[in-house]
Design a protein around this ligand. Structure first.
Ligand code: GAR
Length: 187
């Protein structure tokens, strides 16, 4: 059993997949806290429904967010931080103290970087007429989407796909891949 903190900015379907796998005892982990920069994130409702404590970031500047979170997280026993659709850059304080992984909905190093999140990624992949996209699980460093890659899953892109079609296919693969990676951290 190990302790996770999950950061999420939006819908939280990735968070939900982690919660569901913990509840079904497929994943032997505890979520200590769900952190969000967005008070309206549906991820926060998902956490509350699962009786998981939540924290909403107050600061706006990246440097201040880093110190704020260092203080908040110091009250928890944390083995791993998972960025599950979290859209802010992570500061050096957190990076130096914790192991942090991110799930990205494309085959990095393509379609990564600032502004490349969620549907923006899938739109860019479709506009470039790619025939393959996928999921990248990677460690987090101080630049967007550029830490060491843990694993990737390739997903087909079909000629008549809309960004929404591709998002659905990628997110299905993403949840399977993330849970497999999280199971590796059980050891
Ligand atoms: C996920 O597909 C995740 O990979 C992506 O946002 C989605 C969040 O969905 N993250 C990024 O694009 C980060 N660069 P969710 O809110 O339903 O979990």
């Amino acid at each position: 059993m190990y302790n996770l903190v999950v950061f999420a900015s939006g819908n939280g379907s990735t968070l939900q997949a982690i919660i569901d796998n913990i509840n079904s005892e497929n994943l032997k982990a505890n979520i200590q806290l769900v952190v969000s920069n967005n008070p309206d994130a549906f991820a926060l409702s998902r956490a509350k429904n699962a009786n998981i404590p939540t924290y909403i970031i107050k600061s706006k500047l990246s440097s201040e967010i880093d110190s704020e979170l260092l203080e908040v997280l110091s009250h928890y026993d944390i083995d791993l931080i998972v960025l599950a659709g979290y859209l802010k850059l992570i500061g050096s304080g957190l990076i130096n103290k914790y192991t942090i992984i991110n799930t990205h909905p494309a085959l990095l190093p393509k379609y990564g970087g600032k502004g490349m999140y969620g549907m923006n990624v899938h739109r860019a992949v479709i506009n470039a007429h790619e025939t393959k996209s996928g999921v990248t699980l990677h460690y987090v460093n101080e630049k967007y989407d550029s830490g060491d890659i843990i694993s990737q899953t390739v997903v087909d892109v079909f000629p008549d796909d809309t960004p929404e079609d591709l998002a659905t296919r990628v997110q299905r693969a993403e949840k399977v891949q993330l849970i497999n990676v999280l199971k590796e951290f059980e050891k």
